[in-house]
Design a protein around this ligand. Sequence first.
Ligand code: LLP
Length: 463
Amino acid sequence: MSRSAHPAGPRHADVLPEGHYQAPPTDLNALDEKVWSRTVSRDADGAVRVGGIEVTRLAEEFGTPAYLLDEADFRARCRAWRDAFGDEADVFYAGKAFLSRAVVKWLKEEGLNLDVCSGVELATALDAGMPADRIAFHGNNKTPAEIERAVEDGVGRIVLDSFQEIVRVAHTADRLGRRQRVQIRVTVGVEAHTHEFIATAHEDQKFGIALAEGQAAEAVRRVLGLDGLELVGIHSHIGSQIFDMAGFEVSARRVVQLLAAIRDEHGVELPEIDLGGGLGIAYTPDDDPREPHEIAKSLSEIVTRECAAAGLATPRISVEPGRAIVGPTAFTLYEVGTIKPLEGLRTYVSVDGGMSDNIRTALYDAEYTVALVSRRSDAPPMLVRVVGKHCESGDIVVKDAFLPADLAPGDLIAVPATGAYCRSMASNYNHALRPPVVSVADGAARVIVRRETEEDLLRLDVG
Ligand code: LLP
């Protein structure tokens, strides 16, 4: 959630309301590669393409709003994470960011594992051919049916989140005659510098078992005493959209200290640690995310150093990036409907979607950028707020941005970096039909999640 105070350009100084703005870009036609996926470009004639196809053609064929996902970029990001961590570590893509059968297939082909957090995410993964032993099952309140399914299907690990769950998973494993591999999720007491709703390692929240007061050590004692469970490691996830590595370092250090304490008390060295996901991406050009190789290097250095100091063999590390893989790979394409200039304030640009396809601005005060993509324009910049079509004044997609002053109804605009937590958190508010996800690669486009239809919604309403 970048935020930069910036004076507006001279043309706007007299009309800008109080607030913080990104600078009006010097060239509104430029597409900053920090926030756009890698095959996005603007032709000399002004049309924007992704995966070799003009977005105007994509809009004609698939309609708007639509999420356009750059498959080559997705695969390249998977490979960057895989290569950065090498064979000594595992990368689990966090499916909650965005999951579909096509994505599962790409992950499988690119050598990533998958983290799921519901029975239906698990079903999607298995249906698309992800081997069960490459799946981790998460969640703070897995239902008995979900636990049963995960154990029965033989998932590679279940990440235990509470004392009750230790008992539930152990009973299920006993009943099914299995020995289930598990990790224990601990809260390490780190205050991650991110929005309160997406920080997860401080103590006053619902996830995991606290290291403080010996809770985690007690959970380890219980798990080690149960035949149906094989404790393979400790898990920590400190939050999401984080740029500063300091929190990960503290977390890694505390997890290694717990491993040392377990060795001292039980004489067992656990073979794995999982440091979760949470790496931030650029939503605006002001954000400076870390590259996977930097993250891999700093995590592996800290774990190796702390383990050496504690006299432990270095465990196998795993990480769970979601946003950092899928976030930058997609943008949302909208058609402009109405344009309302509010004298002395800003211009409200209404699009054919809104908080039903991107709740992040309303929920986390998230910042995005926007660009006119159906043509080029040399008109001067105008300060806009991009809003949706829902019955709510908080229905904002992009709070403050600049678009060309000749913007007109029917123009196509696009909001980049919407690959993570937009389709997966989409809703049917006002009976909105959730948009399709269209993957684009090498001049070909394919719907991977189709647009909902009126019949889909009416079918749920059984009268
Ligand atoms: N591992 C665990 C255990 C998690 O809970 C999460 C995210 C991840 C990995 C992946 O985190 P990522 O790398 O994607 O940041 N809806 C919010 C984000 C919620 C994240 C929940 N857990 C948003 O739109 O920002």
